[in-house]
Design a protein around this ligand. Structure first.
Ligand code: C2O
Ligand code: CU
Ligand code: CU
Length: 529
């Protein structure tokens, strides 16, 4: 077995510098080569009549984030071509893309225009769309090109999102600012009478690092990529030191962890429990009380945040509490969850440190607070007994067999490659198991994401030596609802149930630590009719 190395020893051994580079222009980043897509851009389908038609242009712009100089960012500029103004909601003063709002059953057409200097493509995270509408990296379009997405909204009401997915550039492009929320509503949600309008608040949490000239700084060496990018400034909806003014009533908070690699352990500073009403794939059956919520990159949670018993003038912080074990072992110099940070951008705010995410300021009285519904939605429970592979769930081992090389069942990403154990049948219910095969080189958490489906979490296990670090986050997993991304602590094994009921074709599954994804911790699976 390899002895545990400190980060410094590792850096020496592999001759990688600890520097980081600012985003200096369209191509001034030098992370890795990118591979243009292999498929032709899709043209509009004449038989598809959209209810809503939008245009999103991926472009470079500047915005004021910190006092002083503006920051160069990449942004989705939105325009509504058909539908009503409610379909696109810009977030003022933010690099984030506009919020797309649509109803279940509506037909949507989106024209993506690439005004960047490199290939890109949009993925609709969590949505059940045909494979050619899913933003697979093989569909990446060149600068100046366009891609037309046509799909019907099949998902339940919920908080979904969209972001780039070009091979080896997802982390960089999302970090530069390309991301937006996609909110779906339906009749069941309307019945729940949740806070709406200004009381329905999107909260996209992201960490960023800035240089002295207020420019974004991203990781540039493979070692930092392996660790995942961690910024020392917490932004909410693209703003630092985020504060929200509220009335003495209940709110719906839609929280997206839109960070590349950082995991949050959400909690109110005064210890009041969080009331969770939804997960990745929409409303829970009933509200769940949690002393804290553990949210990995890509995951969403909706909170019922009731300030009706608060005093006008009072303030409350939403924090991320301390936890351990997200990165340990070699990277941590052998110390569980501590002491891993060397001299890079990751140093300033370690993974698992405690910090404030946002402040809520109660600034006015309100008399008409809604009450928390006892029942939120109906969820059809899958049963392991009904899975076609109940005897031997499909297992996917996540490992780092060699330095800086991630594999799933021994394989790295191949653009169109599918192995025999990655083929499933349309209209079957399957059990999948992700296994975080921690070893002496790699003891990291992985938020595993599957395209094309929403799944249910049925079981979790962890090796005894990781039990104690697991206990620092485990109670914050929200496994009761529909999920498309699931967090695995080092050595953790998670069993999922999913039904492939939509479209045959090639879909991705991968780690949503975007640096891991870009390093190849991603594979295709194929749904066959
Ligand atoms: Cu949100 Cu394949 O990703
Ligand atoms: Cu996705
Ligand atoms: Cu990972």
């Amino acid at each position: 077995m390899m002895p545990h190395l400190t980060r410094r020893e590792f850096l020496k051994l592999f001759g990688v510098g600890a520097g980081a580079l600012a985003i200096t222009g369209l191509t001034g980043c030098g992370v890795a080569p990118f591979f243009p897509g292999t498929a032709q851009p899709v043209r509009a389908n004449r038989n598809f009549v959209p209810d809503v038609e939008l245009e999103l242009t991926a472009t470079e712009t500047q915005t004021n984030i910190l006092p002083g100089q503006p920051t160069r960012v990449w942004k989705y500029d939105g325009a509504a071509l058909k539908g009503d103004s409610a379909n696109l909601q810009a977030i003022p003063n933010s690099y984030l893309g506009p919020i797309i709002r649509a109803k279940r059953g509506q037909k949507l057409r989106v024209h993506l225009k690439n005004a960047l200097g490199e290939p890109t493509i949009i993925h609709w995270h969590g949505l059940r769309v045909p494979p050619e509408m899913d933003g697979h990296p093989r569909y990446a379009i060149q600068p100046g090109q366009a891609y037309v997405y046509d799909f019907e909204i099949r998902n339940r009401a919920g908080t979904y999102w969209f972001h780039p997915h070009p091979h080896q550039r997802t982390g960089f492009q999302a970090y530069a600012g390309l991301a937006g929320l996609f909110l779906i509503s339906d009749g069941e949600e309307t019945e729940a009478h949740l806070p709406s309008g200004e009381f329905d608040v999107p909260l996209v949490i992201q960490d960023r690092a800035f240089n002295a000239a207020n420019q974004l700084v991203y990781v540039t060496n493979p070692m930092d990529q392996t660790m995942g990018f961690l910024g020392d400034r917490i932004l909410v909806n693209g703003r630092p030191d985020f504060a929200l003014n509220v009335a003495t009533r209940a709110y719906r908070f839609r929280v997206l962890n839109g960070s590349n690699a950082r995991i949050y352990k959400l909690a109110w500073e005064d210890g009041a429990p969080l009331t969770v009403i939804a997960t990745d794939g929409g409303l829970l059956e009933k509200p769940a009380q949690k002393s804290y919520v553990t949210l990995g990159p890509g995951e969403r949670v909706e909170l019922w945040a009731d300030f009706s018993n608060r005093r006008v003038g009072s303030e409350l912080k939403l924090q991320s509490l301390a936890f351990s074990g997200a990165e340990s072992g070699m990277m941590g110099g052998g110390m569980m969850g501590h002491g891993m940070m060397g001299e890079t951008t990751n140093a300033a705010l370690p993974h698992g440190a405690e910090f404030t995410i946002l402040r809520v300021k109660v600034d006015r009285e309100s008399k008409d607070s809604p009450t928390l519904p006892e029942r939120l939605s109906a969820i059809q429970r899958y049963r392991l007994d009904d899975a076609i592979n109940r005897q031997s769930p499909r297992a996917f081992g996540i490992a780092m067999p060699r330095m800086l090389t991630w594999t799933i069942n021994g394989r790295g990403f191949e653009m169109e490659g599918v192995a025999s154990d990655e083929i499933v049948k349309l209209n079957t219910l399957e059990a999948w198991e992700f296994v975080n095969q921690t070893n002496s080189m790699d003891q990291m958490a992985h938020p595993m994401h599957i395209h094309g489906v929403q799944f249910q979490v049925v079981e979790r296990q962890i090796a005894p030596q990781f039990q104690s670090v697991w206990e620092t986050v485990r109670a914050g997993y929200v496994d009761a609802g529909w999920k498309d991304t699931v967090l695995l602590w080092p050595s953790e094994r998670v069993k999922l149930l999913m039904r492939f009921e939509d479209f045959p074709g090639l879909y991705l599954y991968h780690c949503h630590n975007l640096e891991h994804e870009d390093q190849g911790l991603m594979r295709n699976y194929s749904i066959q009719a």
